[in-house]
Design a protein. Structure first.
Length: 387
């Protein structure tokens, strides 16, 4: 299967389109306004005990939400105890951007994402990607990396570990252990709200693509190309190509305008003749499956079940492309057979498991509506393009 990442500019936005074969599966915003992954010296501006959280100022007056239950603070000032207090200097990493009325989310569980592993400070243990299903391989990796088990940090082994040498995996693990030490050392000597570590959004997206099974990254902007080629890992991957055919643009070659128009459309047609209606509210996203032009001749239960299963595949694709997050309510065509609802739930979860962002089928409500939750990371595409 051919997998490509197309990076291009749309007005003030840098967008990356992922294609598997000839189908667009994801559209990412690579604007530098995203702070996800960046590390700062934050100062506690307020501690709110009734919600068990602190609010931390970390960049030019920006405030972030810091859940106390999920974090073990990395203090940069002298402390007599571990209780977080107003005025404390803390090392924080941005885990989600500010979305509408929601503040940035911050964490002291510092993580670094590499080709083979994800370093996780304060989350100990050697954990392995679920996509590595071979139990023998899983046990082998855990055994060979046993020396890295400790109480301070841990690692998540990515799918790429399957074909990697243990030496290469250990080299990356050691690099991240050293990087964390350097980050903390820099933070101790930095002022409050100083930026300590991070990469541009387009660089992070390209590096992650290089780590995955992306065959080629095509860029049509010289400045973006030069930025990517300054990174040694990306350069050595030899996956990045500058598109420079002035007679036929990259947008036309991959029909990117059409892909964007369809992705922003309220109505989405299915091959069967049924269609989806996708709408957004302040609190959630609503997707309605309509029979449209499908034939009602024959066994209606089977027709509706088949249409819903087709719709499930399309819905998961649209959720990823549009980067819908939070609560998603799906109104499938009503069915009488309870087993069909179970099969539909299983298929939806299986499809969502292919998503790099954590997504869960909560179940069906009493009114027969499916509830899905998807972790909030970046802004939905419609917000990015309309802002």
């Amino acid at each position: 299967m051919s997998r490509k990442l197309i990076i291009t500019k749309y007005n003030e936005n840098i967008l990356a389109f992922r294609f598997d074969e000839n189908t667009a599966t994801d559209i990412y915003s690579c604007n530098d306004e995203s702070l996800i992954g960046n590390i700062y010296v934050g100062v506690v501006s307020d501690v709110v005990n009734n919600i068990n959280a602190a609010f931390i100022t970390f960049k030019n007056g920006c405030k972030g939400y810091y859940p106390l239950n999920d974090n073990k603070p990395i203090y940069l000032n002298k402390k007599n105890n571990e209780k977080i207090c107003q005025g404390d200097r803390i090392l924080v990493q941005v885990t989600s951007d500010k979305i509408k009325t929601k503040d940035y989310t911050l964490s002291s569980n510092i993580s670094f994402r590499g080709k083979y592993v994800v370093y996780t400070h304060n989350i100990p243990g050697i954990n392995i990607s679920k996509k590595i299903s071979d139990n023998q391989k899983r046990n082998e990796l855990k055994s060979l990396l046993e020396d890295y088990n400790n109480d301070e940090y841990g690692f998540i082994l990515r799918t790429s570990c399957i074909n990697a040498s243990i030496d290469a995996i250990k080299e990356e693990m050691n690099y991240f252990i050293e990087l964390f030490s350097k980050v903390v050392e820099s933070a101790f000597h930095a002022r409050v709200c100083n930026f300590i570590y991070g990469e541009s959004s387009v660089l992070k997206r390209a590096k992650d693509a290089c780590y995955k099974l992306i065959d080629e990254i095509i860029v049509d902007d010289e400045d973006i190309y030069e930025e990517l080629m300054q990174d040694e890992e990306i350069k050595q991957s030899e996956k990045v190509r500058l598109y420079s055919d002035a007679s036929y643009s990259l947008k036309k070659l991959y029909s990117l305008d059409t892909v964007l128009k369809d992705t922003m459309s309220k109505r989405v047609w299915l091959k069967s003749g049924a269609y989806l209606i996708i709408e957004h509210t302040e609190a959630l996203h609503v997707i309605d499956v309509n029979t449209g032009k499908i034939s009602h001749k024959g066994d209606k239960e089977q027709i509706f079940f088949k249409t819903n299963m087709e719709a499930a595949s399309k819905i998961c694709n649209e959720i990823r492309k549009r980067n819908l997050s939070g609560i998603i309510i799906i109104d499938f065509i009503n069915m009488k057979n309870k087993e069909h609802y179970t099969e539909l739930s299983v298929k939806m979860q299986k499809l969502l498991d292919n998503d790099e962002i954590s997504s869960t089928v909560v179940g069906f409500t009493n009114l027969g509506l499916m509830e899905v939750t998807r972790k909030r990371v970046n802004k939905p595409l419609f917000e990015v393009l309309n802002s």
